[in-house]
Design a protein around this ligand. Structure first.
Ligand code: BTN
Length: 266
């Protein structure tokens, strides 16, 4: 189980194409199973680029690789956006991570493929102390490449009260440290950053992503849930398709696909 915004970070980065605004139409639910499920349904029905679902409460929030996503009501932003006709749909997870990190500010880093984390702190403005990674946001992208659309779902701990969640969760989580009623302002900033990130060329996006790559140069190991070769090596950033590159002790470069591997550090 994974648990999990106006000075909201930096200005949106300049893109290479026209910015297509996100957030319209907007559907807000008090309670929903999963905002991603609802966005997928709307996407399948032809909802336009930028259609946005938010919820106060999810009863069946989903994370990557079949995990469950739980967030205390009112303390996190839970949002899913339908995107269409992106030239590089496969890079949506990286663009989303860059957008979330920019919304949080300079302290936010990215753990491949798209966990937004803080290192050695629970809030972006805390002084860093230690090297443990604390998760600030999770991102779940679900694409229909042949139909030209996808959904990006983001759970962002805007106002998570760390002393009100189970200890094992508090030990691995971070929060923006904002108030619950700032979620709407954070959402506005996030959608602007995401719209800008979606205009970036692959090269520029990977540059932006790499400046926040918390695994760069770190020793990592990987396993494949369905079987297949396990491995270990040094992380060397991502390739143009968003795969993590890792060089093993024999000098061989491995390209890891986010849907296929479980990662561990050190
Ligand atoms: C992860 O880290 O495993 C991804 C978590 C993604 C959670 C968000 S919350 C909004 C959207 N709706 C879902 O059911 N999941 C995503």
């Amino acid at each position: 189980m994974t648990v999990g915004g106006s000075n909201v970070g930096e200005e949106p980065v300049g893109g290479s194409g026209p910015v297509r605004p996100l957030g319209h139409p907007r559907h807000h639910r008090e309670e929903v199973g999963s905002t991603n499920d609802e966005a997928r349904q709307l996407g399948a029905e032809g909802a336009p680029h930028g259609t946005t679902i938010t919820a106060d409460r999810q009863t069946a929030g989903r994370g990557r690789q079949g995990r469950v996503w739980v967030a205390p009501e009112g303390q996190a932003l839970t949002v899913s956006v339908v995107v269409r006709d992106l030239p590089h749909l496969e890079l949506l997870p990286l663009a989303a991570a860059v957008a979330v990190a920019e919304t949080v500010g300079p302290a936010a880093q990215i753990k491949w493929p798209n966990d937004v984390v803080l290192v050695g702190r629970t809030r972006p403005d805390d002084p860093p102390a230690g090297t443990e990674l604390r998760k600030l946001a999770g991102i779940l992208c679900e694409a229909r490449p042949h139909e030209g659309w996808g959904v990006v779902g983001i759970g962002l701990n805007v106002a998570l009260e760390l002393d009100a969640v189970p200890e094992e969760v508090a030990a691995r989580a971070a929060t923006m440290g904002r108030s619950p009623n700032e979620r709407e302002a954070v959402l506005g900033a996030l959608l602007e950053h995401l719209a800008a990130a979606l205009t970036l060329s692959p090269q520029r996006l990977l540059e932006q992503w790499s400046t926040r790559d918390v695994l760069q140069g770190q020793e990592i190991g990987w396993t494949r849930p369905g079987g297949g070769p396990e491995g270990a090596g040094t992380a060397e950033g991502v390739d143009e398709q968003g795969r993590l590159q890792a060089r093993d002790a024999g000098g061989r470069l491995h390209r890891l696909d986010a849907g296929e591997v479980h990662l561990r550090r050190g």
